[in-house]
Design a protein around this ligand. Structure first.
Ligand code: PEP
Ligand code: MN
Length: 346
C-alpha cells in the first residue's frame, strides 16, 4: 500500500503516517518527491486496511498494490481451477459444457420435455429454477421443493447433471441434495450469509455476477465461498445494467478475459439473461465462447410462449440445436471442445 501525502503536508503529518504504519507492525518507507511525499508500506502479507490512514492530516490518497481478494487470485494460485463433476465432466479445462434448460421448473411434462430436448442437442447439464428470486413479489416464485423433486427425476431419466438455485441459507441443503451445482443468482451475489452457507454445502457453486456489480465485487463474493473451504466455484457473466434499453442487460464480454487474468476460477457466460432477447442469444453465445468462456448457460423452453418466466429470451429446442451445431467448430477454432453428454463419455 502507498500513502500519498498532499503537496502541503507538514513534516509532522508524514511522521504521524509513519508512526501509524509502524504501530501496525509494518515498515514505513517515506519517498520524498518534487511535489509530494509518498509513504510505502512494506512487510505486509496481503492487503492492509487503508481506512485509518485516510482520516490522518495531510493524506491525499491511499493506493493499493495488492487486490482485496486473495484465495481467488491468480497470484495465490497460478493454475486454472478445473471443477470436476460426476461422470468425469469438467469446467475450466479444455472442454466447454453447455448448461441449458427452462428458466423455471413449471411441471413434470415441461421439465422432462426440456431436459430431453437439450440432451439430444448436446447439453451436459440441465438448469432450471425451483426457487425463483423474482424482481416482483407477484411474479411466479417457483415450485420450491416439488421443483427439486422434478429435477431429481429429470436427472434420473436423462443422466443430465443438475444446476439449480438456492435463494436463502436455510434452503441450501435441500438444493445441494438435488443439484450437482448450486447456483447463486445475480440478485444474491452479495448475500453474504447465503454465500457462507453455500461455501459449506459440499457441492460446486455457480456464482452469477450481480446486475450492478464490478468484477472486483464478483471476485470478493467468490472469496467468501473459497474462504469457507469450497474451492469449486464457477463464475458467471450474465450481463450488467446499462443505459441502453434495447437489450435487457449488457453482456460484458470483456469480463471473461479480465477474470481469467485476475483469477484462476472458471467463468461461464449466460447470453440469455445477458441480452433478454432470443434473437440475440446465438450470436452472443458464440462471442462468449470466442472470448474464452469456460461454459455457456442458455435458457431453452419447449414452448417459450407459455413460459412462466423469461420466455422472451428462451430458445426453442430447434434453435438450441442449431446453436449447438454452430458452437462445436467454433470451440475447436479457439482450442476448446464442447463437452460431450456424460453418458457418451469413455
Ligand atoms: C436465472 O438464472 O434464471 C436467473 C434468475 O438469473 P440471474 O440471477 O442472472 O438473474
Ligand atoms: Mn431466467
Amino acid at each position: 500500500m502507498l500513502v500519498v501525502m498532499r503537496h502541503d503536508a507538514r513534516a509532522e503529518d508524514i511522521r504521524a503516517v509513519v508512526q501509524a504504519i509502524e504501530a501496525m507492525g509494518y515498515e514505513a518507507r517515506p519517498m520524498p518527491g518534487r511535489h509530494r511525499t509518498t509513504v510505502g508500506v512494506v512487510g505486509n502479507e496481503g492487503r492492509v486496511d487503508g481506512t485509518p490512514f485516510s482520516a490522518l492530516e495531510g493524506v491525499q490518497d491511499i493506493l493499493h498494490v495488492t487486490p482485496p481478494y486473495k484465495l481467488v487470485s491468480r497470484e495465490w494460485k497460478a493454475d486454472a481451477t478445473i471443477v470436476r463433476l460426476p461422470g468425469g465432466l469438467t469446467i475450466g479445462g479444455e472442454e466447454v459444457p453447455v448448461i441449458a434448460g427452462p428458466c423455471s421448473v413449471e411441471g413434470e411434462r415441461q421439465l422432462l420435455q426440456a431436459a430431453h430436448a437439450v440432451k439430444e442437442a448436446g447439453a451436459t447439464l440441465l438448469r432450471a429454477g425451483a426457487f425463483k428470486p423474482r424482481s416482483s413479489p407477484y411474479s411466479f416464485q417457483g415450485l420450491g421443493r416439488d421443483g427439486l423433486k422434478l429435477l431429481a427425476l429429470a436427472r434420473r431419466e436423462t443422466g443430465l447433471l443438475i444446476v439449480t438455485e438456492a435463494v436463502d441459507p436455510e434452503g441450501v441443503d435441500a438444493v445441494a441434495e438435488a443439484a450437482d451445482i448450486v447456483q447463486i443468482g445475480a440478485r444474491n451475489m452479495q448475500n453474504y450469509s447465503l454465500l457462507r452457507r453455500a461455501g459449506r454445502a459440499g457441492k460446486p457453486v455457480l456464482l452469477k455476477r450481480g446486475i450492478a456489480a464490478t468484477i472486483e465485487e464478483l471476485l470478493l463474493a467468490a472469496e467468501y465461498l473459497l474462504a469457507e473451504g469450497n474451492p469449486d466455484v464457477i463464475l458467471c457473466e450474465r450481463g450488467i445494467r446499462s443505459f441502453d434499453t434495447e437489450t435487457r442487460f449488457l453482456l460484458d464480454l470483456g469480463a471473461i478475459p479480465t477474470v481469467h487474468a485476475l483469477s484462476h476460477l472458471p467463468i461461464i457466460a449466460d447470453p440469455s439473461h445477458g441480452t433478454g432477447r432470443r434473437d440475440l442469444v446465438p450470436a452472443m453465445a458464440c462471442a462468449a465462447l470466442a472470448a474464452g468462456a469456460d461454459g455457456l448457460l442458455v435458457e431453452v423452453h419447449p414452448n417459450p410462449g407459455e413460459a412462466r418466466s423469461d420466455g422472451a429470451q428462451s430458445l426453442r429446442p430447434e434453435q438450441f440445436e442449431r446453436l449447438m451445431a454452430d458452437l462445436r467448430p467454433l470451440a475447436e477454432a479457439v482450442g476448446r471442445r464442447i463437452a460431450e453428454p456424460v453418458g457418451a463419455r469413455t
